[in-house]
Every structure is written in structure tokens, then in C-alpha cells.
Design a protein around this ligand. Structure first.
Ligand code: ATP
Length: 250
């Protein structure tokens, strides 16, 4: 890991309709790190992910990704910049009118760099990695929830983006399938040495794969540290949240 973080967030603020969501968030995510972003519902985790990609503009502060001030870019530059990312967003459903292969190939075709043969080979490789070999011609409607998520992972990693963002990658899945998804994301992150930011409310499983963890609470980053430090934290908010305790300040 080099000294300059892949993602540097400084004094980030955001309000919606007069309601403050982020109140000065500072955060540095090292290169090659799998970073888990946690916090109670509506604490701004998804908002923060969207700001990292430039999909949402902050009211104040800066997001610097790979040395570039994200929100100082023009819309055209931003479109180019977003190609750096793989993304699996919470409601980022698959396109029902496309088969599985075309869904996975979609971000790669937008790059417009590879031949159809190369794209087909990459899609087949991704499907093998997510244990769905030969699923190219299937329709998303005919897949289970877990299979859809795995196709989503295949799509998020097909461009070999240096940065991959996952918002609730295993929501709604059974415990075994969830753990398999987290293990898969970890393997992929390590194989590509990617910088990954992952939001998940499934803390038990999330913390089996993270290097570092940040907790958002009341508009601020209440905690930032290694996974071990998060588990051992004596801060009453962090402790209650990480261990899922009913008694405490939350
Ligand atoms: N585009 C928007 N317009 C108005 N309000 C928004 C918008 N996006 C987010 N919000 C509000 O910002 C707050 C934070 O939302 P966000 O989705 O980031 O929470 P979260 O921490 O990801 O929550 P959860 O764990 O419940 O998904 C919420 O109160 C939400 O209603």
C-alpha cells in the first residue's frame, strides 16, 4: 500500500431539504484495502458511496480519488472517470430484457475497447468465477436472488476496475449464500488488488472479510480503524453496533 490513499474524503457535508446527512466527514481509504462502511439506517452510507463516484454532489468538502478532485471535473470528465469503478448498488437490478451474458458485458461494451470475442471470453471467465458457468443465455427473471447477486458481482468486476463499490451485496440472502458472496468478493478484491468499499448491514459476515472499518453516526465518521480495532472498540456506540447489543446509547 502506498502512502497516498486511493480515496481521500475531506470535510464532506450534505443536506437534503434542510436535513443534514453528512456533517463534515473525513476519511482515507488506502490502496488495495477492503473497507467496510457501517452505521445505522439512514446514516448516509449510500450517499457517501455515490459521492465517491461523482453521482451525487456534496454541499461542501472534497473527494479525491487517485489524486483527482472528483467534483472539480466536468460532466464529460466524470463519465470517463466513472469507468475506473466497478459498482454494485443496492437497487442496481439487472436489465430484464437482456440475457445474463449481455448484462455482464454491459460495462465492458461501454468501454468500447475489446472485440466481441474478447468480451465473450471475459464474460465466460466471470461466470466461472461466480460459479455460474454457461449461464450466458439465461434470463435474469429465471434466476434465484443469490444467483442474481452473483451475476451482479460478475458485472461489477468485469472491467477490472481499480475501485469497486458494493452496496449491500448480500441483502436478502440466506446465511450460507451470503457468506459465499462475501468470500467471493474478498477473493476477487485480492486477485485484482482492488480498493473496495462495501456497505453492509450484515456485520457478522462483513467483518470476516474487511481490512478496515468506518462507522458513520449522526453525520460524522465516529470510528475508523482496522477490523480488529472495531471489534475491540470500547466506544459505547461502536461496541453496541458491532456486537449487535440491544442495550446501549444507540
Ligand atoms: N436523493 C436524495 N434526496 C433526498 N434525500 C435523500 C437522497 N438520498 C438520500 N437521502 C436521505 O439521506 C439519508 C441517508 O441515506 P442513505 O441512503 O445514505 O442511508 P444509508 O446509511 O445507506 O441507510 P440504509 O442502511 O438504511 O440503506 C436518508 O435520510 C435518506 O432519506
Amino acid at each position: 500500500m502506498s502512502a497516498e490513499p486511493m480515496i481521500r474524503i475531506e470535510g464532506l457535508t450534505k443536506s437534503f431539504g434542510g436535513r443534514s446527512v453528512l456533517q463534515g466527514v473525513d476519511l482515507a481509504i488506502p490502496r488495495g484495502c477492503l473497507y467496510g462502511l457501517i452505521g445505522p439506517g439512514a446514516s448516509g452510507k449510500s450517499v457517501l458511496l455515490k459521492m465517491i463516484t461523482g453521482l451525487l454532489r456534496p454541499d461542501g468538502g472534497r473527494v479525491v480519488v487517485d489524486g483527482k478532485d472528483v467534483h472539480a471535473q466536468s460532466e464529460l470528465e466524470l463519465q470517463q472517470f466513472r469507468l475506473k469503478f466497478g459498482m454494485l448498488f443496492q437497487n442496481n437490478a439487472l436489465f430484464d430484457y437482456m440475457n445474463v451474458g449481455d448484462n455482464i458485458a454491459f460495462p465492458l461494451r461501454r468501454l468500447n475497447q475489446l472485440s466481441e470475442e474478447e468480451i465473450a471470453a471475459r464474460v465466460a471467465d466471470r461466470l466461472r468465477v461466480v460459479s455460474l458457468p454457461g449461464f450466458e443465455d439465461r434470463t435474469p427473471a429465471g434466476l434465484s436472488g443469490g444467483q442474481k447477486k452473483r451475476v451482479g458481482v460478475a458485472r461489477a468486476t468485469i472491467t477490472r476496475g481499480e475501485i469497486v463499490l458494493y452496496d449491500e451485496p448480500a441483502a436478502g440472502l440466506d446465511p450460507v449464500t451470503s457468506q459465499r458472496i462475501f468470500d467471493l468478493l474478498r477473493r476477487e478484491q485480492q486477485a485484482a488488488n482492488a480498493t473496495v468499499v462495501m456497505v453492509s448491514s450484515d456485520l457478522d459476515r462483513l467483518l470476516t472479510v474487511t481490512d478496515r472499518v468506518g462507522m458513520l453516526y449522526r453525520g460524522r465518521l465516529l470510528f475508523d480503524g482496522t477490523t480488529g480495532e472495531a471489534k475491540a472498540s470500547q466506544d459505547p456506540h461502536v461496541r453496541q453496533f458491532v456486537h449487535g447489543l440491544t442495550d446501549g446509547p444507540l
